[in-house]
Design a protein around this ligand. Sequence first.
Ligand code: ARG
Length: 307
Amino acid sequence: MRQTTGTGVAAAGNRYFRLGACAVVALVLAVGSCLAAAVSAPAAEEPTLEGQVVGGGLVANGKYRFMASLQNERAGTSPREDHFCGATLVSRQHVMTAAHCARAIKNGTFPLRQVRVTVGRTVLNSRQGVIRRVTGPRAIRIHPRYTGRNAAFDVAVIRLNKPVKAKPIQLDRSGSNAFKSPGRRVLVAGWGLRQEPGVFGGSTVDRMREARPPIVSDRKCRRSYASLGEPSLRVFPRLMVCAGREKVDTCQGDSGGPLFVPVRGGYRQIGVTSFGNGCGRAGYPGVYTELSAPSINKFVRQASGAS
Ligand code: ARG
């Protein structure tokens, strides 16, 4: 497990720690060590970070009904505390998330029987939307080329036990370059941290937030991450799209959620929240799995039956 400068994957119990060993992108195996670190962390006052997504605003009830929250039922004492990753409804019976989130279920970090998926819920500690379950390991399909050594192909599709009566988000088209010109502002949404976790981590709160980070060019993004010299944080421009600027970003707990744009008749998803270097740091935009990449688009459509 490599140490990095504070990327981070979801930790159970909805506390997101940035202590060395848990700061490994896309390697949810690290969650175990995060928890160990969490347990041994001083029990002093933990500054609580209120809110979600860096530099955004609150989402009104019922907006973005395609949003889903992946939760580990026994992690905390409420759905808010149980949340570990975002996801989106891509067909009536499938949600799409990051592979590093799905792998945490497959490897038992979040036991399958304890996994709850809410769809159409804006406030986690509410009864909005519906709750779904995941019937077995075969209902979780991780992109076959995802290894976890880096974030390439960080995408997965999960089949729900029953369909949901809500409109799925549209998937970006294979090979499309629309919506991705540098500087263009796009949307992100989720229940992740509102600022980079400190030594004591941070905890998420209840209501979904959204922000409008600008697209960053492949070149600029690849270069800034390359300068870190950390193989697990490598940017693969053909498989990833970057967006963000100082103080406008996603953060831990937002993984698996969408990078998306409004289109006629709804929204189109162009990316899946994957990783970053800290959150909202100047020069380090968030990195998203690019849904227009043919190898990714094809996988998602086949796994979900999305049109
Ligand atoms: N890997 C994180 C998660 O599991 C998402 C991090 C996104 N970070 C960023 N700076 N955009 O929730």
